[in-house]
Design a protein around this ligand. Sequence first.
Ligand SMILES: NC(=O)c1ccc[n+]([C@@H]2O[C@H](COP(=O)([O-])OP(=O)(O)OC[C@H]3O[C@@H](n4cnc5c(N)ncnc54)[C@H](OP(=O)(O)O)[C@@H]3O)[C@@H](O)[C@H]2O)c1
Length: 315
Amino acid sequence: MTKPWSAEDIPDLSGKHALVTGANSGIGLEAARELARHGARVTLACRSEERGAEAARDIARDAPSADLEVSRLDLADLGSVQRLAQQVSQPIDLLINNAGIMAIPRLTTVDGFEMQLGTNHLGHFALTLRLLPLLVRAMDRGAPRVVTVSSQAHRLGKLSREDLQLERRYHKWLAYGQSKLANLLFMRGLADRLEQRGLSILSVACHPGYAATQLAAVGPAMEGARVMGWLTEVGGAVVAQSAAQGALPTLYAAVAQGVASREYIGPGGPFQMRGAPVKVRPNRAARDAEAADWLWDTSERLTGVSFVEALESQA
Ligand SMILES: NC(=O)c1ccc[n+]([C@@H]2O[C@H](COP(=O)([O-])OP(=O)(O)OC[C@H]3O[C@@H](n4cnc5c(N)ncnc54)[C@H](OP(=O)(O)O)[C@@H]3O)[C@@H](O)[C@H]2O)c1
């Protein structure tokens, strides 16, 4: 039997540059830690510079020679996304689209998008396109990868074409499901466009199963639902795998040999809730090429960022 893939299998990443969104907590923090421990220069793109700096200190305790930079990024603000992209100047080998929020009451981003779609999908969409020139520049030292973190909850999701911002009917879990389905459709849309242009950048996705992080606590805290928050914490402690284990599918997608564009990595245990990372299959809605194109065009229109213009800005 082959040995399950683990963080020990991460190759030497010296000379590589990774940018991880939401790197101050949970899966992003653990992924950033392992990338840094294996020699990558890591940009921790965090909503709060203070929390980002604390995460950098935490990682440096494990990896004293880690090469870390903290940059402010609020995915719920397209202006912040643009500012971050202008600040980063080094080629990017690994872009980890990890940050996320789950099942919160209906709110809107600075630009008026429903908050879960705006943060989890549209913010990452704009970020990836704005960073595309830096991914292209890293192509001369290997095949850069864009890893987008989705969820089993994509199965709950439906692309609400008539009411994408869920203004008419909002349900916090269906909104999360839509945003995580959008992550997978984006991953495919990006893979298609990169291939059409002959660019050797991989676009892959992953999900962590069920990992004990802050994610499930945010929604109840916003609603003032203390008992639900407590139950979530206890459930997480009893059932979930650790954040470090939850980061393994992300790390596998980012650095393992033999990963191809459009592949989806998740835990191999029962119901994909836990276990070592393996290739898994998203549902049919997430493999719908026409839906991926519709979402792509809609996302370009909503964010004002386009794939073709992003590439032309490289030339
Ligand atoms: N944990 C699980 O079981 C699970 C299951 C399926 C999928 N996932 C996915 O895994 C990813 C990571 O989640 P996690 O479990 O590690 O949760 P987490 O511990 O709550 O971490 C989420 C990260 O996203 C950041 N973030 C939230 N809104 C942001 C914004 N507007 N701009 C920039 N950063 C923002 C958070 O920053 P702050 O600290 O500033 O809030 C935090 O760093 C998410 O995409 C999530 O959907 C997790």
